[in-house]
Design a protein around this ligand. Structure first.
Ligand code: B3K
Ligand code: ZN
Length: 873
């Protein structure tokens, strides 16, 4: 496969002003008539007169230039490219292609899912529909006519407004859609199916009435309310916070069962994975409700950050994704608990993005090369990209940031631009120099910030020496210091925040400062400090870096109860738990477990004056994945045992407190989605999980009762999970069975049922294999593959890293199998194996050997090829 380089970017030689599409949809395939209004790009240096269009798996049935058929000698069909060596300055081109959506298992381009036609064109799926300059800097107005059997496909949708509809011969009908906004072809969408429509409306800030429509299969008609409400909240929030109004008269959301990722922001017609949009109290957990709200918002926000202003090329992907994740994350924070949302974002970042940044696929937020762009929809592009935008927000402050985003949208509306254009707009609006800040886009790897301190009692001065390094990553060495906003505070012995005054600085004293690190080393002196303080560093996780500071357990315990920064309170607890678990990894079975950890947790469980949403988070022990990420050469079994020992110890020591916490939070009140109520459910289910972990008999009774009586999926699943993760084998089988019997017709619930089992540390590889034989498992459905194979390899870490290497061989086998039908999902699934270099020798070698069996598969897809070869290099 070929590598694409950013340095080779050239403006397109030809532009397309208008696209006229006609889809004839049949059971045995689809015929696509496409007529393009093409003209030479005056800005291109290419004057050869040669037109090249992209294609993939297309049968070419017709080709006309300005209405005249082209003879075989006048064009060249190379399969992935259609070349017409000589074209005029301006012309009309008609292309007719034949495709087979019913056989499309890659789920890119036009395909069928549960009997309906749907599309996924980002990043390069439009070329699977027709020959076209499939790149985001070619923006055209689309008119789309869809023809299909009326009975089988009563609903026919595309982008924009429906302008015409009517009947055709043979029981067929058509609808024509027109999208007034020029767009890149990756935002094109089409849906045809037998769907029910849910309607609502939204009045914009200028008084326009927008028609909101959701389309779902009839059996899901009662699962649309939450997404619809989330949509309206998002529309309002984007007006209030960013001044962005919706632009079309209709906004549509469609749910489809087979989908490679979460959702897609097609102009005016967002398409969602069913599991990211459908919900009812009975079938969705709190986490699912929150995820739906976040994804609906994310896709909606793309209408401005992505669609109105789009990417020049795919190296700029974070322009829309990083910014949009930042936007959806602030939205979720505003809708619920800001601190909890921050904890969740940072947990994902530190566990998974840091691992990516330290692995063989590490790449900058703006990469400079790729083989397969689908492999670059990564945590680095999305989550680290969002952190980078967040840092600009921190450096500029909310008002200048808003000024910058206004300028960006105004300056680039209707354009395809770069991450640099974004930074430039922020610079121009604020007057700040972000030259050095741009390194965040160019350098891969997680910076390490080392902090050492010194207290000078005689001078009453507290000094911080801060040093940063950016580690080498594949293809990048000798990196420059980055511009890091480093928020901090200092606490006095009484737990009170100190007023910070820097030596030689005129700024008025404040309880928190954002230091700006731009050099490899800095020293900061704080004056008027009466006694050695406890530093609270990198508050609210102000930059995506690792902090190295020699914390003592006393300091961490102190911060856990005194830090006014909620995020750092939580983080101190995590660091303490990590320290305790790590110290047990090498210790004998009878080594003492830090008693102060027990008292700290007791305090959390009993002090009802604490923010319960924060407490619910603080009670979660650091995950195995995070502990593995932190370790230099992790020995997974030992880490797993040490963590389990600590959990059992805490559960046994705090049994009474856990029971009390369970009962206190088990109000029979009506199910509501407030952050208070979510915290209560999290608390009681955490308590239940811990009690079952130690096989507590009373806990068992409570879990069985909760399983039977719960009026919502959060509690039902909480009880199920606690029992599945316990040693009550008979109960386990019984509840799993009952659950399946009750919910087998609901795919989203069956996915939960699968993942509870494949992620259970009590489950073995054989049980996971058995799930794959289950009638509900379906290789063609990415959600099923993820909930069984993905969850096993990503969450059931002790089994995945089994000493005999069976987990690795299992994963390699599934990747090889899946690569033939769905390369995108196969390439994602392989990720855990790519980290082989990090693991102690035997494991590492076994992982590497598993990767090699994938590498040797005949006919490997480009997607898997890139990931496997880069990780073996
Ligand atoms: N933009 C899409 C992702 C498309 C992935 C293509 N492989 C969803 C999103 O980020 O909103
Ligand atoms: Zn996105």
């Amino acid at each position: 496969p070929q590598t694409v380089y950013l340095s080779e970017y050239r403006v397109p030689a030809y532009l397309v002003d208008h696209v006229d599409l006609r889809f004839e949809l049949f059971e045995e395939g689809a015929r696509v008539h496409s007529t393009l209004a093409v003209r030479r790009n005056p800005e291109s240096e290419d004057t050869s007169g040669r037109l090249e269009l992209d294609g993939d798996s297309l049968v070419l049935e017709g080709l006309q230039l300005d209405g005249r058929d082209l003879e075989p000698g006048q064009y060249e069909n190379q399969g992935d490219r259609l070349v017409i060596p000589e074209v005029p300055e301006q012309f009309g081109l008609t292309v007719v292609t034949w495709i087979e959506p019913q056989n499309n298992t890659r789920l890119e381009g036009l395909y069928k899912s549960s009997g309906m036609f749907c599309t996924q064109c980002e990043a390069e799926g439009f070329r699977c529909i027709t020959f076209f300059p499939d790149r985001p800097d070619v923006m055209a107005r689309f008119r789309t006519r869809i023809e299909a059997d009326r009975a089988g496909y009563p609903v026919l949708l595309s982008n924009g407004n429906d302008v015409e509809r009517g009947d055709l011969e043979g029981g067929r009908h058509f609808v024509t859609w027109e999208d007034p906004f020029p767009k890149p072809c990756y935002l094109f969408a089409l849906v045809a199916g037998d769907l029910v429509e849910k309607r609502d409306s939204f009045r914009t800030c200028t008084g326009r009435e927008i028609d909101l429509r959701m389309y779902v299969e009839p059996r899901n008609a009662d699962k649309c309310d939450h997404a619809m409400d989330s949509l309206k909240r998002s529309m309002r929030w984007d007006e209030d916070i960013y001044g962005r109004e919706y632009d079309l008269d209709i906004f549509m959301i469609v749910a489809v069962d087979d989908f490679n990722m979460g959702a897609m922001e097609n102009k005016g017609l967002n398409i969602f994975n069913s599991s990211c949009v459908l919900a009812s109290q009975d079938t969705a957990t709190d986490a699912t409700f929150q995820r739906i709200e976040a994804i609906v918002a994310h896709e909606y926000f793309h209408n401005w950050s992505g669609n109105r202003v789009t990417c020049r090329d795919w190296f700029q992907l974070s322009l829309k994704e990083g910014f949009t994740v930042f936007r959806d994350s602030r939205f979720s924070a505003d809708m619920g608990s800001t601190t909890v949302k921050r904890i969740e974002d940072v947990t994902l970042l530190r566990t998974a993005q840091f691992a990516e940044d330290g692995g063989p696929m590490a790449h900058p937020v703006r990469p400079s090369s790729y083989m397969e762009i689908s492999n670059f929809y990564t945590l680095t592009i999305y989550e680290k990209g969002a952190e980078v935008v967040r840092m600009i927000h921190t450096l500029l402050g909310p008002d200048l940031f808003r000024k910058g985003s206004d300028l960006y949208f105004e300056r680039h509306d209707g354009q395809a631009v770069t991450t640099d254009d974004f930074v430039k707009a922020m610079e121009d609006a604020s007057g700040r120099d972000l030259t050095r800040f741009r390194r965040w886009y160019e350098q891969a790897g997680t910076p390490v910030v080392t902090v050492r301190d010194e207290y000078d009692e005689a001078r009453q001065v507290y000094r911080l020496d801060i040093h940063q390094t950016v580690p080498d990553t594949p293809g990048q060495t000798g990196k420059q210091p980055q511009h890091i906003p480093f928020a901090l505070g200092l606490l006095g012995a009484d737990g009170q925040p100190l007023a910070l005054k820097l030596v030689g600085d005129d700024a008025p004293p404040a309880e928190q400062r954002v230091l700006e690190l731009t050099e490899a080393s800095h020293s900061f002196e704080f004056e008027g400090v009466a006694a050695r303080p406890v530093p609270s560093l990198l508050r609210d996780f102000s930059a995506p870096v690792r902090v190295d500071y020699p914390w003592t357990r006393e300091q961490l315990l102190f911060l856990m109860s005194h830090d006014p920064d909620g995020f750092n309170r939580w983080d101190a607890g995590q660091r303490l738990a990590v320290d305790v678990i790590e110290s047990l990894v090498d210790a004998g079975e009878d080594a003492e477990i830090e008693p102060r950890l027990v008292s700290a947790y007791r305090h959390l469980l009993t002090d009802e004056g604490l923010d319960q949403a924060l407490v619910a988070k603080m009670l979660q022990l650091p995950s195995e994945a995070y502990l593995i990420e932190l370790a230099a050469a992790p020995r997974v079994q030992q880490i797993y045992r040490a963590r389990t020992r600590v959990m059992n110890h805490l559960a046994a020591a705090l049994r009474e407190e856990l029971l009390a916490c369970y009962h206190r939070n088990n109000g029979g009140a009506e199910y509501r989605l407030t952050s208070d109520d979510i915290a209560r459910r999290t608390l009681r289910n955490t308590a239940l999980g811990w009690l079952l972990e130690i096989g507590d008999a009373e806990g068992r009774v409570l879990a069985l009762r909760q399983f039977r009586e719960a009026d919502n999926m959060t509690d039902r699943l909480g009880a199920l999970r606690a029992l599945v993760n316990s040693d009550y084998h008979e109960d386990r089988e019984q509840v799993l069975d009952a659950f399946y019997q009750r919910w087998q017709d609901d795919p989203q619930v069956v996915e939960l049922w699968f993942s509870v089992q494949s992620g259970s540390t009590r489950g073995s590889l054989e049980q996971v294999r058995a799930l794959m034989e289950h009638a509900a498992f379906d290789w063609k459905n990415p959600n099923k593959v993820r909930s069984v194979i993905g969850v096993f390899a990503g969450q059931n870490l002790a089994a995945f890293h089994a000493e005999d290497g069976s987990g690795y061989r299992f994963l390699a086998e599934q990747v090889r199998h899946l690569d033939a039908s769905n390369p995108q999902i196969a390439a994602r699934l392989v990720t855990p194996l790519t980290r082989w270099r990090k693991f102690a020798s035997v494991h590492g070698e076994q992982m590497k050997a598993a990767l090699e069996t994938i590498r040797d598969r005949e006919g490997l897809s480009k997607d898997v090829y890139e990931v496997v070869h880069k990780s073996l290099a």
